[in-house]
Structure formats: structure tokens, C-alpha cells
Design a protein around this ligand. Structure first.
Ligand code: C2O
Ligand code: CU
Length: 489
């Protein structure tokens, strides 16, 4: 998928009127060494189709949703030339990647946003293998289509699976402009009504009152989505995963949705979790996998049950348009696809079942610091979401020093789950019942309603790092703050 500049100019990617890439764009032109992988991403509106339903205008990288997959080997340098052909500023964030702060893509924090017509060169070493995503970090652009998958293959190729598929899970409002332009909006739960019907009415009435883009109102409530896509295809258009009996199949699952948590099950098969958020875990079998916005799981299954099966999400309420992907054995030519069973007993692994694959050296906790993070908001239909009662950018920073062990102690006082994401670091999921060396590492963790969850990270990557709920509508509505490194003493 990597293209060089010449291929880029020859393909249809650059069909925009007046698009001319100077040959000296970014760094001086020179032959890329094998260790540098160069990509060009042009942020631009484009007509897209998820398969079923009419075309609509999404915001895309290179005219496609999702954007091109970036796939490199650990240790290689990723260089991305971003060109902004939108009418708004934009940036790209490399979600989950531990990289130098100036490359992190957070507008107003790590860089000035790239203005319309502007360009920016992102460059960093892909030092950590695993499944990542990239996406715009400006406004609601994530929910308009500006994202793609980023895969770093391990330096030592791993054997053990015969086939690999990478699946981006996407929620869509299929109207021009995507999620932020959706006509029907969902009031936060916690108003004392949970029903779809009432929520829908409230969404229609008050969503309008809350103001459209540019209307000067408060932040938007999340939309009702009308399609769920896998790699940009929905419904009957989803590309089936083909397997053969006896194969070990690796699925790299990444939830790039703006506001949807999925519970996935593959009919006829168990799933074995191999990694969460790009960190290996001891193989852990589960029937149902829960995956929040911003989370990634590498799961494996053994194809030992020939047939035609759905890998499907539970209860999206959309039937055929819910999130689902066919898994078909090549030796079984046709026949109906079997649905997974969400009614009877099944196993669902949670964070506290996971153990790091390789025990790590627990850092000396002598210089620990703890920050309480109370998550709240959405009460009485308020459009604001808060950490410790504060709305970003007014929220207090979390000051840390290099070398400290930092604990974030979340308490979710609201009635909605919040997938909390920290930039630039992996944290470990605190599990007092388990040797610290085995706590699994992640960068995004769902904090459920009325629950307490703690994570801990070593402050080893100086800068100002965004920390926020990965429900896009909660993030824009204030549920964010900064982990800010103090100068070294
Ligand atoms: Cu994937 Cu700050 O985000
Ligand atoms: Cu949230």
C-alpha cells in the first residue's frame, strides 16, 4: 500500500483540480532508504458508498474510507505527507503509538492545525509492534471519515497463524458530512429514560436546539447511526473473510467508531485474545469480545468448524445493517450464514482476566503520584462532559515528572461508559489480585457507569499529552485534560 511520490502522481489519488505536489515537498527529495516508509495522505471531501444505500459526501484520506492502510515493520520510520484539501484545519493523530510529542497531532497542544491548503510532514519510528489506528484529531472529523489502520509488524516475523485480516469497525450516519450532520441525535442517557423511542424524540427536538455546526450552540449530542461498516463496507457489501479448515486465523480488530462499543461473537468458534491495544497478552479464550472506541484487539481462532458463519455485534438494533462480517470456509460453497448466539451462557473476558505475555520489570513506585479522575456529565441532557467537574480546555492539567509512576484513578459518576485514552504512553491495568509484573498494558480502557478503575504508567515520554474520553462527542464536549511534564529537576 505504500506509494512513492511518482506512483502517487500517476494514480487517481490526485484528481483534485489544481493539486500539484512540489517534488521537494517536506524533506529534501532523496531516495528513501529501506528503513523509511513514505505515505501521502490528502484530506479531502469525496463521494463514498458503503455498498447499500445512496452515495454521500464523507471526509476522506485520498478519496476513500477508511484511508489507506499503513503497514510497516517495527523499527522502520513512517513518514506521512499530509495535504489538507478540506475547508477546515486538520491534523493526524497516531493513536496508541508511543512517539515524540511534536508528532502526536493534537491541535493547539502538539502542533498548530494544518490550515486548508496547508501541508505537514509526520515522521516517527515505529518502535512498538501491533495494531494501531490513525485519525484526525480536529473537531468532529473522526466521525466524518478521517481515519485508517496502522499496523506495525514485529521485527522478528511471528509464525503461528496462516491468515490475517485487519478489520476497522465503523459507525456511520450516511448523510453528507457524516455524524455531525446527522439529523437525529441522541440525548445522553441518565435523564431517567432509556427507551429508544423517547430518546429518538428528544434527540430530534432538542438536538436541533443544541445548534448545528457553526450555529453557535453548545457541543453536539451523538447521532443515531444508521449503518455499521467493516473496512468501509456495510451490510451485504462487507467483504467475507475466507478461511480453510485447519487454518489459524488472526483478526486485527480496531474500533474507530466515534460513539459505539461493540460486543462481538463469531458463530461456531471461540476467539483467543493475543493482544490488547498493541500489547501481547497470554492467550485468553473468550466467546464474546467487548471493544470500545479506540481499543484494538488481536484475536485468533482455529478454523475447525467448516461452514458459513457471522462474526456479528450484539444488539445494534439494526438487524441486517448492524455490524457483521461473513466468515466462510472455502470448502463450503453456499448455504445460509449462521448467527452467533447471544442468548445462552457465554464467556466474556474482561480486563482483569488478561495477563501480560511477558512479565515486565515493575517500576519502583517510590515516586508515585495519584490523580483522581471523576468522570461526569450528561445530566439532565447537558451537552457537556467533565473530568473532576471541569471542561477542556479549562480542565486542570496533570503535572508529572519524568521517571514518576503515575496512577490515574477513575470513578465514573455518570450513566454512560467512557473509553478513556492516554496519548504517548501505554498504561497498565491495575489489578491488586495479580503480581504487578503481569498487569496487562493498554492505552484505552472503558470505565463503566458507576465504576472505579485504575491504571498506572511510567512517565517516560516528556511533553504535553492529551488524555480524554474516546467517545468523540464526549471529547469535544469537554471530557479531556492534559498530562503535562514538568521540566526535569
Ligand atoms: Cu484516538 Cu486522542 O485519540
Ligand atoms: Cu465518554
Amino acid at each position: 500500500m505504500a506509494v512513492n511520490r511518482r506512483q502517487f502522481l500517476q494514480t487517481g489519488l490526485a484528481t483534485l483540480a489544481g493539486l500539484a505536489l512540489p517534488l521537494s515537498w517536506g524533506k529534501p527529495a532523496r531516495a528513501a532508504t529501506p528503513a523509511v516508509r513514505e505515505y501521502h495522505l490528502v484530506a479531502q471531501p469525496a463521494k463514498v458508498s458503503l455498498g447499500p444505500g445512496p452515495e454521500f459526501t464523507a471526509w476522506t484520506y485520498n478519496g476513500q474510507v477508511p484511508g489507506p492502510e499503513i503497514r510497516v515493520r517495527q523499527g522502520e520510520t513512517i513518514r506521512v505527507l499530509l495535504e489538507n484539501r478540506l475547508e477546515e484545519p486538520t491534523t493526524i493523530h497516531w493513536h496508541g503509538v508511543p512517539l515524540p510529542n511534536p508528532m502526536d497531532g493534537v491541535p493547539g497542544v502538539t502542533q498548530d492545525p494544518v490550515p486548508p491548503g496547508g501541508r505537514f510532514v509526520y515522521e516517527f519510528v515505529a518502535s512498538h509492534p501491533g495494531t494501531f489506528i490513525y485519525h484526525s484529531h480536529v473537531g468532529y472529523q473522526l466521525d466524518q471519515g478521517l481515519y485508517g489502520s496502522l499496523i506495525v509488524e514485529p521485527a522478528q516475523p511471528e509464525s503461528g497463524h496462516d491468515r490475517e485480516y485487519s478489520l476497522l469497525l465503523e459507525d456511520w450516519a450516511t448523510v453528507d458530512g457524516g455524524g455531525p450532520a446527522a439529523p437525529r441525535r441522541r440525548p445522553p442517557s441518565g435523564m431517567g429514560m432509556g427507551g429508544m423511542g423517547m430518546g429518538g424524540m428528544g434527540g430530534m427536538g432538542m438536538g436541533g436546539m443544541m445548534g448545528r455546526r457553526g450555529g453557535g450552540g453548545g457541543p453536539l449530542w451523538e447521532p443515531y447511526y444508521n449503518a455499521y461498516a467493516v473496512n468501509g463496507r456495510a451490510g451485504a457489501a462487507v467483504t467475507p473473510l475466507r478461511v480453510r479448515r485447519g487454518q489459524r486465523v488472526l483478526l486485527r480488530l480496531a474500533n474507530v467508531s466515534s460513539a459505539t462499543i461493540y460486543h462481538l461473537r463469531l458463530a461456531g468458534h471461540a476467539l483467543t485474545i493475543r493482544a490488547c491495544d498493541a500489547n501481547s497478552v497470554r492467550p485468553m479464550e473468550t466467546d464474546v469480545l467487548r471493544i470500545g472506541m479506540g481499543e484494538r484487539y488481536d484475536v485468533e481462532f482455529l478454523a475447525d468448524n467448516p461452514g458459513r458463519w457471522w462474526l456479528a455485534a450484539w444488539d445494534s438494533g439494526l438487524g441486517e445493517s448492524g455490524l457483521r462480517v461473513p466468515v466462510v470456509y472455502e470448502e463450503v460453497a453456499d448455504g445460509p450464514l449462521q448467527e452467533p448466539d447471544f442468548q445462552r451462557g457465554f464467556r466474556m473476558a474482561n480486563y482483569w482476566d488478561l495477563r501480560a505475555a511477558l512479565p515486565h520489570e515493575p517500576p519502583d513506585n517510590a515516586q508515585g503520584v495519584v490523580f483522581d479522575q471523576v468522570l461526569s456529565g450528561g445530566m439532565m441532557g447537558s451537552p457537556y462532559w467533565t473530568i473532576n467537574g471541569e471542561v477542556y480546555p479549562q480542565s486542570a492539567q496533570l503535572p508529572v515528572r519524568r521517571g514518576q509512576v503515575v496512577r490515574l484513578s477513575y470513578f465514573n459518576r455518570s450513566m454512560m461508559p467512557h473509553p478513556m485514552h492516554l496519548h504517548g504512553h501505554f498504561f497498565r491495568v491495575v489489578n491488586p489480585g495479580l503480581a504487578r509484573a503481569l498487569w496487562p498494558a493498554k492505552d484505552t480502557i472503558i470505565v463503566d457507569a458507576m465504576r472505579r478503575v485504575e491504571v498506572e504508567f511510567l512517565a517516560d515520554n516528556p511533553g504535553n499529552w492529551f488524555h480524554h474520553c474516546h467517545n468523540l462527542y464526549h471529547m469535544v464536549a469537554g471530557m479531556a485534560n492534559l498530562v503535562a511534564y514538568l521540566p526535569d529537576a
